[in-house]
Design a protein around this ligand. Sequence first.
Ligand code: PLP
Length: 398
Amino acid sequence: MAIDGVTFPVYMDNQSTTRVDPRVVQAMLPCWTENYGNAGSLHHALGEAAKNAIEESRAKIARSIGARAEEVIFTSGATESNNLAIRGVSLHPRNRRRHLVSALTEHHATLTPLRRLQQSGFDLTLLSVLPAGHAEAGRIELQQAEEAITDQTGLVSLMLANNEIGVIQPVSQIAHLAHQQGALVHCDATQAVGKMNLNVQDLGVDLMSFTAHKMYGPKGVGALYIRGGRPTVKLLPQIEGGGQEGGFRSGTLNVPGVVGFAEALTISLQELTAEQSRLRQLRGQLWKGLRRDMPELTLNGPDVERDEMRLPGNLNCSFPGFDGQTLQLNMPQLAISSGAACSSSQPEPSHVLGALGIDEDAIRSSLRFGLGRFNTSAEVEFACQHISDAMDRIKSML
Ligand SMILES: Cc1ncc(COP(=O)(O)O)c(C=O)c1O
């Protein structure tokens, strides 16, 4: 239902996932009913057509991130890509290095495989980040990274943009430090690809994970960039079978998903500059509108004015005196997150906000807004009013 430019429910949870762009759906449609072959069946025309669709998509995606087609493999999403990168490097029989470096604010899809490796005997260093209140809250300090990475470090795994507070990490500088010690670098760029200008050469990473459903593409399809050339990135496959994707990831390829992924990334990059400034404007309107009714609101994460430091559509703030989940229950027309959506089935307070030194009450009172392609200024105005009404309703019940 839409009234005066506002579509209900108003969706502002684009860091969790995004609506598939209708142009992406159009590109995918023929892959279900016409071009439905198995990309591994090369003995007939339908298989060949599917294979061609995959390879065209691979070439487009690779070009978009500054890679060569043979350096990109498809997976089921960024969780799988992160697991393959982290476990694949660490558990490769030729790997002699037993130390891993990452950060406290990483996604569970990074932290969980790292902790599993730690349980099996690897040393793990999780870097802390600048605290709440700092203009660069959530950023890793280079000096800390430099001290942590040694000639025993096998892999440094860091995200480029954070899914909860949108902070952008100095990945290229840390990659440089890691390479000086002979360590490989993996980057979880799930929230960054399609949302900011990036290139694997400039980032200087050896492995990079990303996924289609954060950029208006389908769920269940992701990619891992694996740098070619020397020194060789040695990866132990985590899913074995028919040897697809160069043996790194067996399984029949998701042709509609891959085609949709390429289309989604192409559109995102074509519209990137205009979309970034539109989202910054909407976020500015949201931040101002929220503070109009609640001046004591606190911002979580880096300064929203520091464009180079924060994803354009992300806003995370704490509403002192309110519980985020109670607020959500009182805002049935607004889809947003309290803490990370990926972990909202677990009631514990967000580990990301905890790493910023934010106290538990403030974490429980936090909400994350993820503005995206389909949000409008009228929706932002509606959201501010809806939240204000919810706060009044909760206060009147106390
Ligand atoms: C930073 C980050 N990494 C990894 C993931 C997992 O991605 P996927 O849902 O494709 O497995 C997410 C999704 O929430 C994410 O935000």
